[in-house]
Design a protein around this ligand. Sequence first.
Ligand SMILES: [Zn+2]
Length: 114
Amino acid sequence: MDTPTFAQLKKAFVDSGYEIRLLPRRQLEGMALDAPAEVKRHLDTNIMGLIMPDDNAIGIANELTVDERATTLLHELIHLWDEEMDEEDVESITLDMEETLNPNQFGFLQFLVS
Ligand SMILES: [Zn+2]
């Protein structure tokens, strides 16, 4: 599997035109139940974030800390970059990238979800 660069994720986000919405987790879970099958197959057991194509938005659980929201956004941006990638690969790349992002890059993610 390919690992995106931070610049590629940033570009995928900017190109998508999606906005970020901080929403209660219960609301995200409700939206996930209504999601089409191709979205559902990406769902985690604990929903922290969700791409909402109909709303041009990425939903992030507002109960999380800023750092957790930044990591969740990173996860969702990897989904955006490669919509075919399965959940396990997305999560493994998320963890790898989290360790290699420089403070400015992580700061950019924090800024988007604060
Ligand atoms: Zn996911």
